[in-house]
Design a protein. Structure first.
Length: 373
């Protein structure tokens, strides 16, 4: 738990500390599960792809460490594919548009506990309606506000995955150290016939998509990177990334294969799983790459690993692995970065230096040093 010295910070932070103390007290009351009684949990995480993947250890640790636990998972319908094959989830609920109808369905389940990994107005309404004991992730909203608006760093340095796992302390559930999960159903595994023959022996996956333009390298930077990398490349992204991928691939249509929009999320995840190295913006496939323990070069623009969201692998892998695991690629010395928690449409200062000043030669050199080992 991160504690500030009383008197050295604004009163609002002192109130946050009191809330943290109350949460700590609530978490550490004795929990003694009845080994003969099923315990029903509702875990809430509405969005997004990356955040759901980052929360995946909560589901695994809860299921494996609580006898007879039954885990229900609530997310947005648009993110159904992210967890639909997760074996640690016993039942799914999906929010589309009618929250009141959803709440009525949830009431019928008679849950014992809610694990709220979203902490927004919707999840708050659900907790109030169900009137059962709940445990909520600390989103560090105030700390993130100070970091992105005033560039004053009050962040505790505790990764969002660890903070999510902290919601389980009351139950005696601990981090098992196995990192993130992502499960690809057999029918979504990519056939070799769907990959260019020139890439079957090995390729680099470059994830060119992201939820906001300020989290993405400009097309000219991606073109420069692809032209300087002497290794087969597959560009990965959604349908909205196809045209940009097409422009990037034109630098060398043989070496660079534009897979954007040609595969669903699970299939794209399988392309990531098969790759030698993943180069990615701050987006969901970066964390899916971590789930498959792939080496990652994470390129940061408007957001930052200072928000405690860098690539995450789990302590068991980190302690036992020798060699390159991941690196955060950030333009050094930018006082304006990060400027957003999630991403924005345009650079607020107009220069977009966090991406325009990325050293492509250095990135290409790093790629070569990893794949040539």
């Amino acid at each position: 738990m991160f504690v500030y010295c009383k008197g050295s910070i604004p009163k609002i932070f002192q109130k946050i500390n009191l809330l943290n103390f109350k949460n700590f007290y609530k978490r550490n009351q004795t929990f003694s599960p009845d080994e003969k009684k099923k315990i029903k949990f509702l875990v809430i995480r509405f969005s997004s792809i990356g955040d759901i993947v980052l929360a995946s250890p909560v589901l695994r640790c809860l299921k494996n460490q609580i006898p007879l636990s039954e885990i229900h998972f609530l997310t947005k319908l648009s993110f159904k594919i992210v967890t639909s094959s997760n074996p640690y989830i016993d039942k799914f609920f999906y929010f589309d548009s009618n929250l009141n109808d959803l709440i009525e369905s949830l009431k019928k389940e008679n849950y014992d506990y809610i694990i709220d990994l979203q902490d927004n107005l919707r999840s708050g309404k659900i907790k109030r309606a169900l009137k059962i004991k709940s445990f909520t992730v600390n989103k560090l909203t105030i700390e993130k506000f100070f970091l992105t608006k005033f560039h004053v760093d009050f962040m505790p340095g505790i990764h969002i995955t660890q903070r999510s796992l902290n919601t389980l302390e009351h139950f005696g559930v601990k981090d098992d150290g196995y990192g993130l999960d992502y499960f690809i159903p057999k029918e979504d595994e990519v056939n070799e016939s769907d990959i260019p023959t020139s890439h079957i022996a090995g390729y680099i996956a470059i994830v060119i998509g992201a939820s906001y333009p300020t989290k993405k390298l400009p097309v000219y930077k991606l073109q420069e990177l692809c032209s300087k990398v002497n290794f087969p490349i597959i560009l990965i992204g959604g349908e909205t990334d196809f045209e940009e991928g097409k422009m990037v691939a034109e630098v060398d249509p043989i070496k660079v294969y534009n897979a954007c929009g040609k595969f669903n999320l699970n299939e794209s995840a399988d392309l990531v799983r098969r790759s030698r190295l993943v180069v990615s913006h701050d987006t969901g496939l970066q964390y899916i790459a971590c789930a498959f323990q792939k080496p990652v070069l994470a390129i940061w623009g408007t957001t930052s690993p200072k928000l405690d969201v860098e690539p995450y692998y789990g302590s068991r892998f980190m302690e036992g692995h020798k060699g390159f695991i991941y690196e955060n690629i950030i333009v050094p010395g930018l006082k304006c970065q990060p400027c957003s928690k999630y991403g924005i449409e345009k650079c607020p200062l107009g220069h977009f230096n966090c991406m325009n000043k990325q050293d492509i030669d250095a990135i290409a050199s790093k790629i070569h040093s990893i794949v040539n080992k």
